[in-house]
Design a binder for this molecule. Structure first.
Ligand code: AHR
Length: 502
């Protein structure tokens, strides 16, 4: 098979947004406790945060981290997580049927963010709580000393405000599983009034309203329309969440998951713009794709405990990712980048242990940390997608998929950094059997040469990284990449993800 991609520096979709490379830390399973936090680990700092995990987070290139949930946040009392640790209560977490010892709260998390060099993105509880509790948390985080909650923060060791700019107005309020689940109208009103009050305290916030938990939700579309009709002037972004997994051995459909993400983004954009038109608004509401990943939701590890069992940090959602999963993660990043004009933030869900690129063993069980397969396309895209996203002309053969009909076998996006002249092409070959000979027409980019060409593939797409094969499945140099006569050519093996940096 062969495919032709034409790129031109004049065809710009928009800037590469650092916040596209965000992630997510929820009080869920072993994400916080024995994930980022494990005081008895040899690399732990004074707050108990693992240094080896921080190093991997930096290597991954994560820019923002959403916290503390997720479903967890809809029953969370943030006050439980501040003040002297010995005095903090243990609480039942209804979302994950676990016990939270509250050893990590907002102050520790913000310190961890500074250490990991990431921007915190705070979610508030609009499930069991409302406007007042959101204002209390905002005052605690962002107000200068001199008021009750700001003084509490100072007394707890942080005299300077945390200056958290991005706030999620609840989590997945459209989902019947959510504690305090609401109708679109109930939620839209609450989001609007919470946002209005928060801006009275701090006008510089960027606020995210809850969109749908998935394109397949029965309320999708109508939910966004109602919520934005109620809250358009008060919010900056609307969220989207999507998880994918291979079902019944249908690898072709799984590899085409970015087709679903593309239409999800296009449909939310259309709905937000329809509300804009009807309300005669001038600004645009953008998308925060603040939960996306591969997640094998049907596996036993995704089921929370039950009955009288309320464990601390149980093993939950610890998916082990294979090569095909990593190719899909690379493809989903291609979709997010291609929509950089409307997707202004995104969060790979999640960061450590829970459906995560980084895995850890607890300190008392070996203490190792390692990279899953999905780590690599994320890290390489975060590292090499710089400057502007280009609009591509793609001429590629198609193949049939059970879920999405005919789809191109090639999926690609390119970025151009005017500051350095560098061009990066990210490409996925979705064919299960055929190599694609890729030809990139570089007209308008004289003098480029191959700086780096790496491909992630494996003869066995179910190949999985473990702590015992620590080199894991890293992308390897692709020796077929060359540039001649303004054309970059390379071979993409079946079921593969490739970075071409020129
Ligand atoms: O990321 C895991 C869970 O998926 C989150 O808690 C929830 O928001 C979503 O349903």
């Amino acid at each position: 098979l062969s495919a032709l991609v034409t790129i031109d520096p004049a065809f710009v979709v928009g800037p590469v947004r650092p916040r596209t490379f965000g992630s997510f830390v929820e009080h869920l399973g072993r994400c916080v406790y024995t994930g980022i936090h494990d005081p008895s680990h040899p690399t732990a700092d004074a707050d108990g945060f693992r240094g080896d995990v921080v190093d991997l987070v930096r290597e991954l290139g994560v820019t923002t981290v959403r916290y503390p949930g997720g479903n967890f946040v809809s029953g969370y009392r943030w006050e439980d997580g501040v003040g002297p640790i010995a005095e903090r209560p243990r609480r039942l977490d209804l979302a994950w049927h676990s016990t939270d010892p509250n050893l990590v709260g907002v102050d520790e998390f913000v310190r961890w963010c500074r250490k990991a060099d990431v921007e915190p993105m705070m979610a508030i509880n609009l499930g069991t709580r409302g406007v007042q509790e959101a204002l209390d948390l905002l005052e605690y985080c962002n107000a200068p000393v001199g008021s009750y909650w700001a003084d509490q923060r100072a007394a707890n060791g942080s005299p300077e405000p945390h200056k958290i700019r991005m706030w999620c107005l609840g989590n997945e309020m459209d989902g019947p599983w959510q504690t305090g689940h609401k109708t679109a109208h109930e939620y839209g009103r609450l989001a609007a009034e919470t946002a209005r009050a928060m801006r009275q305290m701090d006008p510089d916030l960027e606020l995210v309203a809850c969109g749908s938990s998935g394109w397949g939700m029965a309320t999708f579309g109508a939910w966004e329309h109602t919520v934005l009709t109620e809250s358009y002037d008060q919010v900056d972004l609307i969220s989207a969440h999507a998880y994918y997994h291979e079902q019944d051995g249908d690898l072709a459909s799984f590899l085409a998951s970015p087709v679903d993400m593309d239409r999800f983004i296009d449909d939310v954009t259309a709905t937000a713009d329809a509300v804009r038109a009807a309300g005669k608004h001038t600004k645009r509401v953008h998308i925060s794709f603040d939960e996306w990943n591969v997640w094998y939701v049907d596996r036993a590890e995704s089921r929370p405990p039950s009955g009288d069992d309320w464990p601390v940090a149980p093993v939950l959602l610890e998916d082990r990712y294979n090569v095909a999963d990593a190719v899909v993660v690379g493809g989903l990043l291609i979709s997010l980048l291609r929509h950089t004009d409307r997707v202004h933030a995104a969060s790979l869900a999640q960061l450590v242990n829970v459906i995560a690129p980084i895995m850890t063993e607890p300190a008392d069980q070996g203490g190792r940390a390692w990279r899953q397969t999905t780590f690599h396309p994320f890290a390489l895209t975060a590292q090499h997608a710089k400057g502007e996203v280009l609009r591509l002309a793609v001429d590629a053969p198609e193949h049939e998929t059970a879920k999405y009909g005919r789809v191109p076998v090639l999926d690609a996006v390119a970025t151009h950094d005017p500051a350095t002249g560098g061009v990066s092409v990210f490409a996925v070959n979705r064919s299960l059997t055929e190599t694609v000979a890729l030809d990139v027409d570089l007209r308008g980019f004289p003098g480029l040469r191959v700086a780096e060409a790496v491909t992630l593939s494996h003869p066995d797409h179910t190949w999985t990284a473990t702590p015992d094969n620590p080199t894991s499945v890293r992308p390897t140099a692709n020796p077929t990449a060359t540039v001649t006569d303004h054309h970059a050519t390379t071979h993409l093996p079946p079921t593969s993800w490739t970075l071409l940096h020129l």
